[in-house]
Design a binder for this molecule. Structure first.
Ligand code: NAP
Length: 488
């Protein structure tokens, strides 16, 4: 599965809350084999959801105190006898120790909740292995994507989806009922061959973040090297000045806003490219190339990383005056002025420039925070489509424009000062402006009435050069049909 796939809803057919074929399950007795973290959380959750719970342990006396008093903690044999649905909350390597219970378990539903420590660790999935050990049982894979913590804290605080698969529809439905009664959303993943995929899900490390993180790191590296050459290497080579102390704070702090600003523009650039493609081909039904699809799917992560860099830039900037080097420079400047008997060093233009760029920067950061907060699932779910689109699209674009103002007021006239071209390299801010300005310009062009109208028509299904059937009423009141080009 590609990284972008994780941005999609977690697969398959959701057995939704409104499904009338799912009968209420609460009240029935559920068995749990094992008395560890998962078994304990599961038992608490089942009891809270109205189930009777019987826990099977090798040492019930010792473990009983860890469970809610409503749950019965007994020997494995006793627990298995009392129920038809049993959660196996035991690690795969201990499945074989349960083989002595095989006769008692025959005909019952076993829910395999186990996870592995590595992706595709074993040839067959844990659930298939369990099924091979207990051929007279019906095995259902499920609940492994839910942590013990989520089970205890409630579905609202964690992932609500419970992925389920089994070769037996009836058993799958029974487990889905239980999941639903516990407040989770059961998702039917099909037959047992999906178990391996379900077991791999909790082991994936930020699959949707890989591309955005590499992008951010790549940009950081490029801008860092560029700034290092301009701010440290150039003075060292040309003036033999040691400015290496600037690397940890100043160079990083001039790099972070570059990354944040370019990343923010990269959130909106794929939308521009998609619109260009739709305008060029005159249809919205043509698939975008894969790279553009992937890019569109990663916009949220790219935006959040942009916010992260912007927030770091704000903290770094606030800390600049705390540095000892800064204090030395201030004192040095003051001494120089005293020696030169300069009384007034106030430069009105510089004062205004700084006041404006700081204020504009704060507003941009505020807007980025709003975008980041509204992309959290709990907030995004509480917004309707128009509200979400207004925040992410309109406010996001305004954030890009304000960030551009921040960059321009920071740079001011430096681009026209030849002293700023170190080794003929232009000031960094001029480079960062390229992509964002192109995006802003494209957005302005798309808002021209003639282009906006065409784009709107395309997005409502109109296609260039495609003939559409029309039906006209004739003078006699009858209808006549014909064909015309929708281009006309
Ligand atoms: P755990 O705390 O180590 O508990 C495992 C339990 O297995 C023990 O308490 C033990 O209970 C029982 N067991 C039965 N036969 C055993 C044997 N021969 N040797 C050792 N223990 C034996 O582990 P856990 O975190 O609850 O995880 C249990 C299962 O849930 C695992 O398959 C895990 O992958 C899965 N899971 C856990 C989480 C989580 O957040 N913890 C999340 C998803 C899935 P008795 O001593 O009472 O028999």
């Amino acid at each position: 599965m590609s990284g972008g796939d994780m941005a999609k809803p977690l697969l398959g057919h959701q057995i939704t809350e409104g499904d009338p074929s799912i009968a209420p399950a609460a009240g029935r007795t559920i068995g749990v084999l094992g008395s560890g973290d998962f078994a304990r959380s599961l038992a608490i959750r089942l009891v809270c959801s109205g189930f009777k719970v019987v826990v099977g342990s090798r040492n019930p006396k010792r473990k009983a105190g860890l469970f809610p008093s409503a749950a019965e903690v007994t020997f494995q044999v006793e627990a298995v006898k009392k129920t038809d649905v049993i959660f196996v909350a035991v690690f795969r390597e201990h499945y074989s120790t349960l083989c002595g219970l095989a006769d008692l378990l025959a005909g019952k539903i076993l829910v395999d909740v186990s996870n592995n420590t590595e992706i595709n660790h074993h040839k067959e999935s844990n659930a298939e292995y369990l099924a091979s050990l207990f051929p007279a049982c019906t095995v259902v894979k499920g609940f492994n994507v839910v942590s013990a913590w989520t089970l205890q804290s409630g579905a609202r605080d964690g992932n609500k989806q419970v992925l389920i698969c089994s070769n037996n529809q009836e058993a799958k439905r029974t487990v889905a009922e239980i999941a639903q009664a516990m407040g989770f959303t059961p998702v039917d993943m099909g037959c047992m061959s999906s178990a391996c995929e379900i077991e791999n899900i909790p082991l994936r490390l930020l699959p949707a973040w890989k591309i955005p993180i590499f992008l951010a790191l790549g940009l950081f590296l490029c801008f860092f090297t560029y700034n290092l050459v301009r701010q440290v290497i150039h003075p060292y080579i040309r003036e033999q000045k040691n400015k290496f102390y600037k690397i940890p704070v100043e160079v990083v702090n001039t790099t972070l806003p570059c990354v944040a600003y370019v990343m923010l523009s990269l959130v909106y650039l794929p939308g521009v490219l998609a619109a260009c493609s739709q305008l060029y081909y005159g249809t919205k039904y043509r698939r975008f190339p894969d790279w553009l699809d992937q890019w569109l799917q990663h916009r949220k992560q790219i935006g959040l990383l942009s916010f992260f860099c912007a927030a770091l830039h704000a903290v770094y900037s606030l800390c600049l005056p705390m540095r000892r080097s800064h204090r030395y420079q201030l004192i040095e400047t003051a001494i120089k002025q005293a020696v030169e008997k300069k009384m007034n060093i106030w430069v009105e233009e510089e004062v205004w420039r700084m006041e404006i760029y700081i204020s504009v920067g704060i507003i941009a950061l505020g807007l980025l925070s709003l975008l980041a907060i509204s992309s959290l699932p709990s907030i995004a779910n509480s917004l309707n489509w128009r509200e979400f689109s207004f925040i992410q699209s309109t406010l996001g674009f305004i954030a890009l424009v304000i960030s551009t103002l921040h960059t321009l007021t920071y740079g001011w006239s430096r681009a026209f000062d030849e002293n700023q071209y170190k080794f003929y390299l232009p000031p960094t801010y001029t480079l960062t402006l390229l992509v964002p300005c192109a995006v802003i310009l494209a957005k302005v062009v798309f808002n021209l009435p003639c282009i906006q109208q065409r784009l709107l028509r395309i997005r409502r299904g109109w296609e260039k050069g495609r003939y559409v059937k029309f039906v006209l009423p004739s003078a006699t009141g009858e209808y006549s049909s014909g064909e015309t080009s929708s281009n006309v």
